[in-house]
Design a protein. Structure first.
Lengths: 111, 113
């Protein structure tokens, strides 16, 4: 069945460092891909998405490109801030619009 | 997008009791889901709440334990029945809006003693 494999955390970075969180997937068909973020004590928020191959999703300085050839959707940000400290989830939407989730990657950014 | 509210936001319950969680959306949506997120873990889909028919449950979840109602296109309830400490979790509802994007409610934090 469909699945999402996400880089294990926790990830600890200094402010202004470059961030990459790896996400790869297996799927039949052509899923849509998502990154969700969960800030401490808060609910899940959609960070960005891509619905077809080579699409780039972007939001709040974060980017991810839908790479069909490598079945990947890695999350990147050029310069992280303390306020980016959160748990990041990669997910894909299957044919039934159900979300298949990665396990989440905890990011801590130190000043 | 969609604005989703959940009630209660949190609760502490005794084992053996039941709690009903409400999910209200500010617009009519076709697809609505209920998830569970146990501490420090990812999300697990409980069921798809179908308007006008019985919910569709995922493997490991049954209607007797998690009855769901969906009386219209803007509202749903999830009941956690005969609770045990293992049911302590965050329960979230989500809706599908445009282009398969799911939006989530703020969650209900449940602690069972």
């Amino acid at each position: 069945g469909d699945s999402v494999t996400q880089m294990e955390g926790p990830v600890t970075l200094s402010e202004e460092a470059f961030l990459t969180i790896n996400c790869t997937y297996t799927a039949t068909g052509y899923p849509s891909l998502f990154w969700y973020v969960q800030y401490p004590g808060e609910g899940l928020q959609l960070l960005l998405k891509a619905t077809k191959a080579d699409d780039k999703g972007s939001n709040k300085g974060f980017e991810a490109t839908y790479r069909k050839e490598t079945t990947s959707f890695h999350l990147e940000k050029g310069s992280v801030q303390v306020s980016d400290s959160a748990v990041y989830f990669c997910a894909l939407s299957d044919n039934n619009r159900k979300l298949i989730w990665g396990l989440g990657t905890s990011l801590a950014v130190n000043p | 997008s969609a604005v989703i509210s959940q009630k209660p936001s949190r609760d502490i319950c005794q084992r053996g009791t039941s709690l009903t969680i409400q999910c209200q959306v500010d617009s009519q949506v076709t697809m609505m889901f209920w998830y569970r997120q146990q501490p420090g873990q990812s999300l697990t889909l409980i069921a798809t709440a179908n308007q006008g028919s019985e919910a569709t449950y995922e493997s490991g979840f049954v209607i007797d334990k998690f009855p769901i109602s969906r009386p219209n296109l803007t509202f749903s309830t999830l009941t956690v029945s005969n609770m045990s400490p293992e049911d302590s979790s965050i329960y979230l509802c989500s809706v599908v809006v445009a282009e398969e994007t799911q939006y989530f409610g703020p969650g209900t934090r449940l602690l069972v003693l």
